[in-house]
Design a protein around this ligand. Structure first.
Ligand SMILES: CC(C)(COP(=O)(O)OP(=O)(O)OC[C@H]1O[C@@H](n2cnc3c(N)ncnc32)[C@H](O)[C@@H]1OP(=O)(O)O)[C@@H](O)C(=O)NCCC(=O)NCCS
Length: 165
């Protein structure tokens, strides 16, 4: 598994992954029919650092790293991750998560915060907990799950001082 910075030309490979993840509907707030332009802006908008995970030259996932807030909140990082469903549970999520923590620490961020982890997204909650994140708060019924109805979302947080370099 190789993680590298994403180029806009990678979007051709990133779009089907984005589409598959949002069409499944249980992890992100995007509508199932979110457009290519929406996806492009999400990954390549202003001040967004995006990375792809490659296996044997094939893009199998991506993540982005941004400041969670502007100005006085800019010392806390935020990140988002998507792995090709066909490539689930092969370590791409963990490899990208570890890479992201290193990048954020190297960039000087004090902490990392995920603003909206769907509480029923057990794969993500477990992965983030195993990478040192704690549930800092619960947003009651904040997510409209396609089969479960309104479910909670978590704010997850960790400081970066003890993250690996
Ligand atoms: C969450 C996601 C990034 C995990 O990526 P992945 O490549 O499948 O995960 P990994 O193979 O690296 O597994 C890492 C850990 O995730 C957890 N995990 C992964 N799949 C799991 C499953 N089916 N059930 C429970 N835990 C699971 C485990 O803790 C696992 O660690 P382990 O393999 O040591 O047990 C991926 O499933 C994904 O893109 N999901 C859709 C989008 C999403 O939810 N993004 C995160 C939003 S907060």
């Amino acid at each position: 598994m190789h993680i590298r910075k994403a180029f806009e030309s990678d979007f051709t490979s990133m779009w089907p992954i984005f589409h598959a993840v949002v069409a499944e509907g249980s992890t992100y707030v995007f509508a199932a029919d979110a457009s290519r332009q929406t996806a492009f802006d999400y990954w390549f908008g202003k001040d967004i650092k995006t990375y792809v995970a490659e296996d044997d030259g094939k893009i199998v996932g991506m993540y982005k790293l941004v400041a969670n807030q502007r100005d006085r909140g800019a010392h806390v990082a935020n990140a988002s991750f998507m792995v090709d469903p066909a490539y689930a549970r092969k370590g791409a999520g963990r490899t990208m998560g570890e890479h992201c923590l290193r990048e954020a620490k190297a960039a000087g961020f004090l902490a990392m915060q995920f603003n909206f982890v769907v509480s029923t997204n057990e794969r993500a909650v477990r992965l983030w907990q195993s990478l040192g994140f704690k549930i800092a708060g619960t947003l009651p019924k904040a997510f409209q799950h396609p089969s479960l109805g309104h479910v909670d979302a978590y704010v997850m947080h960790r400081f970066l001082d003890d993250a690996a370099n």
